[in-house]
Design a protein around this ligand. Structure first.
Ligand SMILES: [Zn+2]
Ligand SMILES: [Zn+2]
Length: 223
């Protein structure tokens, strides 16, 4: 007899994490167990084989690829995977032009990210369906101007990109960084319920409650 769990906070997707590429980016694959619809968050460089094998072994079809921000280690193989699967790429609206052409990176000489044409431009407050379930887009600039976090209210799960990590926060010394904005974004994230599960772009997962420092981040206190 099936269990009736409508009243408990259920995560309506299965979540698989891969760690890929030269800076060990967390790549997340979400699959809806009923419809087999899948989404990928941040398909890092060197992630394509792992993603495509996982989708195939789960008989899942990829509909959406979300980029938490435009840095090469998060964009990676989004373009080629989207082309091969027909999935749409979603990213913050301010990064659409940047992502429309191939990008070189000074962190990996000789490496070129293929273009990642964005079909779904996102802004703060948008709701995007990933694996058939709604996520709220939070624009969290600072590490990068177009950085977003994705909040799944139902299961209290947050994909935090490179804005919030376990015990620390993203760099703010890059050309598209802004320290005061990062500070504001961290304070905003600190306002989420303490039990919110945080899945960052690098390193281990954490919770909002475990990162209490984020309410007064140790950067740019306006001194
Ligand atoms: Zn980054
Ligand atoms: Zn990163």
């Amino acid at each position: 007899m099936p269990t009736d769990d409508r009243n408990s906070p259920v995560t309506p997707f299965t979540l698989q994490q891969f760690i890929c590429g030269p800076v060990r980016t967390n790549v997340y694959v979400l699959i809806n167990p009923e419809t087999r619809e899948a989404a990928v968050v941040d398909p890092a460089p060197e992630s394509r084989t792992a993603i495509e094998r996982f989708l195939a072994s789960n008989r899942a079809s990829l509909t959406t690829i979300v980029l938490t921000h435009r840095h090469f280690d998060h964009v990676g193989e989004a373009g080629p995977i989207a082309e091969a699967t027909g999935a749409s790429i979603a990213a913050h609206a301010s990064d659409v032009d940047y992502l429309s052409v191939p990008q070189r990176t000074r962190f990996m000489p000789g490496y070129v990210n293929p273009a990642a044409p964005v079909r779904v431009p996102l802004v703060d407050g948008d709701v995007i369906n990933l694996a058939g379930t709604p996520f709220v887009v939070m624009h969290t600039p600072g590490h990068s101007g177009g950085a977003i976090c994705l909040l799944h209210d139902v299961s209290a799960t947050l994909f935090s990109g490179d804005t919030l990590f376990a015990g620390t926060f993203g760099r703010y010394d890059l050309p598209d960084s802004d320290a005061p904005a990062l500070r504001s974004s961290l304070i905003r994230l600190a306002g989420l319920p303490g039990g919110t599960r945080v899945l960052p772009g690098h390193g281990r997962e954490t919770t909002i409650g475990a990162e209490g420092w984020a309410a007064d981040p140790p950067l740019y206190r306006g001194l």
